[in-house]
Design a binder for this molecule. Structure first.
Ligand code: GLU
Length: 478
């Protein structure tokens, strides 16, 4: 049977790293097995689901390169199917209408709490007589639909990640609500655990690979598979992503949405590479830098860890830097242009392209994140710069202004080349009898406004191409 896996995000928030990493594992597994990766949008929570979140999820998966083979399939389009399936469970006596009021449920819970018992439904409406039902309906009560869960059941499965897992029926909280309250004879909105199973059966899902936070749903869902007469798929629960303190990575950690990582300057390929390493260990002898395509050749759940995966910024930065350093200049230029535009730098991406590529060739090897290029190259995008304190001090040293005046005077009218720039410096050193180091340091201070930064000669050439070297040195000489 060919492998069919899915990612099933709820559009109640932006695509976050937990779902994205689960999507990566599903994608890798599908590719490894020559199977299909399906996208399902779980939008049954009408109050919290929003079209903009759906869009963010689709855009995020596309940005990451996690292309899906089928979908997106929206659960809200499938209500009729869910209702038919609920009706079949009612008809078989595997589910029933429960008429408890919210107050009655609350009283039951309070009593359980007072007895130090775990909260559960005590199945009190499982065997109502026709008279009792008629009386509740005459009162105008609405009914939820509950699926029967036998306390005596033991549910076991061999998890792709966690091995043998076993749950007792009595730990599942009693008969489970599968549809919200509705009036006599109608079926209310079906709930999460039920629709997931109906969909996974209908879509022929062979492996359900999802976050460990869903592990408690799996025994309930297995019982639903049985009740619906379907083959139970395999399950794999992937480890949580943890922050530095060992807690689940959450909004409080500042970033969870995929596009936050894009904004911070990570590339999609590097980020996918990093996400794969969050829980999966490469095979012996395999480099830690890999494409999803190459990881898919060897991916398997035998190398997915059970323990939570700690999010490590240093590692992510290192991986990202490896991608940026290996990237051809034109490609890196394409990626950097939006960051420079976002920073408000004035340039023409088409007319200035050759100049931009020269700039990228100079700074590319120093970047860990795309955003680093904003601060690193700022001095090349504005005509004037405000010198730092150190640079100002440098420019005030004895003989500096004199040396820089000589450099300024020697700048040719035609474009400067590396050779002509070097020749100017050598000539000034000789003519003024000053140390070369002093001229270089002062030239950096005068041209870039700082004592640190990218290669001085290349910076000079880039400024010269705009005619700004003259302006800067004139300003520095004062
Ligand atoms: N909709 C669920 C979520 O976003 C996933 C359900 C599943 O994978 O079974 O967490």
């Amino acid at each position: 049977m060919s492998v069919r896996v899915r990612i099933a995000p709820s559009p109640t928030g932006n695509l976050h790293i937990g779902t994205a990493r689960t999507a990566v594992f599903n994608w890798l597994y599908a590719k490894n097995k020559g199977g299909s990766f399906i996208l399902r949008i779980e939008d049954t929570d009408l109050e919290r689901s929003k079209p903009e979140f759906t869009q963010n999820i689709l855009d995020g998966l596309k940005w990451l390169g996690l292309n899906w083979d089928e979908g997106p399939i929206f659960q809200t389009d499938r209500t009729a199917l869910y209702q038919t399936k609920i009706q079949s469970l009612l008809d078989q006596g595997l589910a029933y209408r429960a008429y408890d009021t919210p107050e009655e449920i609350e009283t039951m819970r309070a009593r359980q709490k007072a007895r130090n018992e775990a909260p559960r439904y005590d199945n009190r409406h499982r065997n109502l007589t026709p008279d009792q039902i008629a009386a509740y309906e005459a009162e105008g009560r609405t009914a939820v639909i509950r699926f029967k869960i036998e306390d005596s059941r033991e549910i076991t499965w061999t998890d792709l990640v966690r091995g043998n897992v076993s749950w007792k029926g009595r730990d599942l909280g009693g008969d489970m609500v599968i549809a919200r309250a509705s009036n006599t004879g109608t079926i209310g909105a079906p709930l999460y655990n039920f629709v997931v199973v109906v969909d996974d059966i209908d879509m022929g899902i062979t492996q359900v690979i999802r976050g460990e936070d869903h592990i408690g749903n799996t025994p309930k869902q297995i019982l639903l598979y049985e009740a619906l007469g379907a083959t139970v798929p395999e399950f794999g629960h992937t480890p949580l992503i943890l922050n530095e303190t060992g807690a689940k990575l959450s909004k409080r950690d500042g970033v969870t949405s995929i596009f936050d990582f894009k904004k911070m300057g990570y590339t999609a390929a590097a980020f996918c590479n990093y996400m794969t390493l969050l829980g999966w260990s490469p095979i012996e002898g395999m480099d830690e830098i890999f494409s999803l395509e190459s990881a898919s050749k060897v991916f398997g759940f035998d190398r997915v860890n059970k323990a939570g995966a700690k999010f490590d910024w240093d590692k992510l930065n290192w991986i990202n830097s490896q991608y940026l350093h290996a990237m051809p200049v034109p490609e890196l230029t394409d990626l950097l242009i939006p960051y420079w535009q976002e920073a408000g730098f004035a340039f023409d991406p088409i007319a200035d392209r050759p100049w931009l590529e020269r700039l990228v060739a100079v700074i590319g090897a120093s970047l860990a994140k795309l955003t680093d290029a904003v601060e690193m190259a700022e001095y090349l995008f504005t005509q004037a710069v405000t010198p730092t304190e150190d640079a100002t001090k440098q420019l005030g040293l004895d003989g500096v202004k004199d040396a820089l005046s000589a450099v300024l005077a020697a700048i040719p009218t035609e474009a400067l080349t590396e050779e002509s720039a070097k020749a100017i410096i050598d000539a000034v050193v000789k003519e003024k009898g000053v140390k070369k180091g002093l001229v270089m340091k002062s030239l950096r201070a005068g041209l870039t406004g700082s004592l640190q930064g990218p290669d001085l000669m290349q910076s000079w050439l880039l400024l010269n191409a705009k005619g700004w070297d003259r302006i800067r040195l004139t300003g520095a000489i004062g």
